[in-house]
Write a protein that binds this ligand. Sequence first.
Ligand code: R5P
Length: 296
Amino acid sequence: MQKNSTVIISDNRNSSLAKKISLDLHAEYKNTELRIFADGESKIRLDNVTKKNCIIIHSTYPPTDQHLMQLFMIVYKCKKDGASDICIVSPYLAYTRQDKVFVDGEIITINLVGEILASLGTTKLITIDIHNPNTLNYSFETIDLTAIPFLANYMKKNIKLNDPIVVSPDEGGIERAKKFAGIIKANMLSLIKTRDRLTGDISISFSEQHSLKKRDALIVDDMISTGTSIIKATEILKKNNIGDVYVICTHALLLDDAKEKLLKTGIKQIISTNSIPNEFAKVDLSSVISNYFLNQ
Ligand code: R5P
């Protein structure tokens, strides 16, 4: 990629991350002007990017549909201008949890998003700790980066733990938790999460008995949305006389009163990245993203 023709693009919402990345890559930064009309429609203005290698930094956390539509608009503008390359960096990409049909008639939204982005001219998509990286099966290149080593190193450096055990709240998160446990040199256990596909209700149980008395638990997950998964995991750990409980995630959506509910369960600390602005963001993703481009 030629340095002098690269441009990093973002709206104000994503500008802090985007500006750091543009400095790291010695690339030009372009801000999009955004206006939201009374009916909720977005209007976006972006300078001309003809023949530029465009890197669009754009997370799509709530309001999800609006932010996704804004991403489509920016990609569309880059394509219409004749950008030479359109790479999206969406640390949090929405609609990626529905990656299969669980109940007849459902729509696989992860594929829908990919098909729209492909039709708009996207050449590459970079995500961070997407729910299941194996399900990104797009017609253009996709890369899922991980913030897990950065989160694990943050814990190692900053928090004194008592005989820690890393916990995955479900079997889908085992690889992430294993990686985390390897870095902090701790054991790992996975809980079993089952979901009623009609009501959405979840239940969490142990696959086998573990001796957890007074050990500190580090629950590692890709995201906290309503907080239900983490609350149920914490409750079962507490029943087994666990010590302190720390929750570590890449994407802290923390919807509605999730934060209050989590802290009420007795969780000692929540630690996340800044993929979504929140008070628990301790790990800055700019170096995760910049390192990827600098090593290309
Ligand atoms: C799903 O399996 C994910 O890995 C997360 O555990 C889940 O999305 C978190 O959602 P919530 O906070 O609503 O339980």
